[in-house]
Ligand binder design. Structure first.
Ligand code: FAD
Length: 505
């Protein structure tokens, strides 16, 4: 019987795991995780990711032990690990999920394809969530996703025959030589993911849309499932189906709050669909990690880089209270809500004129939930380089007044401002003298915004710009109508986008 190697990547679970199910049906299974030192040396890798993955692997191992097996861990390049297994076991079949990862993992998977072909090894890859590989027509993507997402999730195999091979120890949490934030790391593992899903659907989601943009309370009312989805301790399909079930329950209820509540969950499901939509973009165009979606913007930020601005932004010392509080909270917790991520990037890209390719890895390392497909698409959108999205140039003071009106979040993460009176908390530079230890603002944000607009305007003109924007839209743009975002009664399957060719400031 040919051994069946299941290579766990960003899918650290036994449930709804097509490669594992397929492997178990074929023969003796070897569940493999490879700690690849080169992966961890990439600019976007961090201790936080490894800590979350490591806990998830420990739980995966204990689930496999419950079935009479264990997780086989190896350290080294995947090719060297596979070659060693080939020597030890002879021919085997290789199973995994398709990975839409960063440039390094894309190149690594091409090497694996080549190696498998040379060795006569069959590598069977299963689709990941609603992402469609080798998609020919973007128009048909939504329907293809819906087929996957509505199919019944696969149960975890109840019996597996295991191939016996020795495992290396799991590398220690401190062992890897990469950047280590001092802050908190979200707990990994499926158990915690299921717990978060349950509490979100049962209670926390009632305040979802009301809180989603508030930097303080969003941490409670958002699902907090992003890291679990990024490393696959839960599949997007099982989460979406649990949410659909909860909507049905609410829709059937006579409770006065149930209609409102059901809408919250519809909005959440819409975001799950956006997740697939954004990952699909990277799947179709891996270059969006490195190059602007619209070529006109490729060198727009080549001049004007300021090391001092970059450092101030990175450290949360810009002199803008909400920006600094967001950055410091991210350093402390590894998570912040969508609107504040957008604000951090917009401020860096416009007011500080920093290139998203250099700010992006800083955030990737800080986010426990780093998901390349969402990350690079969002960075580009928030930096105004897609050519198909409205330009979102946020005013950091207005955002601060709207989303943290009493400055509670600011005071929590910027203790230098703890005693500043409410009327100055959003603009401490209006005080006669700044509180000790807090920097002066590094730019005049209104003047910097005017300059950014003026710098961008020339790029948005001409027939060839429009033609190229249409091509970007044709390949990567959402086909959803705008109205679906305004009325999320049903789960919108994609975020609204249009070939938006005018500047919207
Ligand atoms: C510049 C920038 C970078 C980002 N980088 C990442 C990233 O690396 N990883 C990541 O998971 N999310 C990223 N996001 C999207 C979003 O901020 C997070 O998904 C969300 O805050 C995670 O918290 P949650 O799980 O509680 O989200 P919820 O609001 O509960 O949403 C549920 C799930 O839907 C998906 N989702 C939510 N919002 C979006 C969105 N706008 N686009 C695509 N999918 C979405 C996520 O998988 C999320 O877990 C980024 C946003 C911006 C503006």
């Amino acid at each position: 019987m040919i051994p069946q190697v299941v290579w766990f990547k960003r899918d650290l679970r036994l449930h709804d795991h097509a490669p594992l199910t397929a492997a178990a049906a074929r023969g003796a299974v070897l569940p493999l995780y490879v700690f690849e030192p080169q992966l961890w040396q990439q600019a976007d890798a961090s201790f936080r990711h490894w800590a979350f993955i490591r806990e998830s692997l420990q739980e995966l191992d204990s689930s496999l032990r419950g079935l009479g097996g264990e997780l086989i861990v190896r350290r080294g390049s995947i090719i060297s690990v596979l070659a060693q297994l080939h020597r030890d076991l002879g021919r085997f079949d290789l199973h995994s999920h398709e990975e839409t990862g960063n440039g390094w993992s894309y190149a690594r998977d091409r090497e694996v394809t080549r190696w498998c072909r040379e060795q006569g090894i069959e590598w069977i890859e299963s689709p990941t969530n609603g992402v469609v590989r080798r998609l020919r027509e973007r128009d048909g993507w939504s329907a293809a996703r819906n087929v996957v997402m509505t199919a019944t999730p696969l149960p975890a195999p109840s019996m597996i025959l295991f191939a016996k091979v020795a495992s290396d120890p799991l590398p220690d949490v401190d062992a890897a030589p990469f950047y280590r934030p001092d802050g908190h790391v979200q707990r990994g593992g499926r158990r915690d993911g299921l717990r978060a899903l349950k509490s979100f659907l049962a209670s926390r989601s009632l305040g979802y849309m009301r809180s989603i943009s508030k930097p303080g309370i969003s941490a409670r009312h958002c699902s907090r499932l992003s890291a679990h989805l990024a490393y696959g301790t839960l599949s997007a399909r099982e989460v979406d189906q649990a949410a659909a079930l909860r909507m049905q329950e609410l829709d059937a209820s006579n409770d006065p709050s149930s209609t409102y509540w059901s809408r919250q969950i519809a909005a959440f499901r819409a975001r799950l669909a956006w997740r697939c939509h954004f990952v699909q973009k990277l799947e179709q165009q891996p270059q969006i990690e490195f190059r602007c979606m619209h070529p006109a913007f490729e060198s727009m930020r080549d001049t004007g880089w300021r090391d001092d601005f970059f450092e101030a932004w990175r450290q949360g010392h810009t002199g803008f209270p909400l920006i600094d509080a967001c950055m410091r909270s991210l350093q402390a917790n590894g998570w912040i809500t969508f609107r504040m991520r957008a604000l951090l990037v917009s401020f860096a890209s416009y007011q500080l004129w920093l290139d998203w390719r250099r700010t992006g890895p800083v955030l990737a390392r800080l986010f426990t939930d780093y998901e390349p497909g969402i990350h690079y698409s969002q960075l580009q959108m928030q930096s105004g380089v897609t050519g198909i999205n409205a330009v979102r140039l946020y005013n950091p003071v207005k955002q601060s007044r709207e989303h943290d009106p009493e400055g509670r979040f600011i005071r929590r993460y910027v203790p230098e401002l703890a005693t500043v009176p409410d009327e100055f908390i959003h603009e401490p530079w209006q005080l006669a003298s700044l509180p000790s230890g807090y920097p002066a603002r590094i730019v005049d944000h209104e003047q910097a915004a005017r300059e950014a607009r003026a710098r961008m305007r020339p790029y948005w003109h001409g027939d060839s710009f429009r033609e190229q924007a249409k091509a970007v839209f044709q390949k990567l743009g959402s086909r959803n109508r705008r109205t679906e975002q305004r009325k999320p009664r049903k789960a919108a399957s994609e975020p609204p986008e249009a070939p938006q060719l005018d500047l919207e400031f």
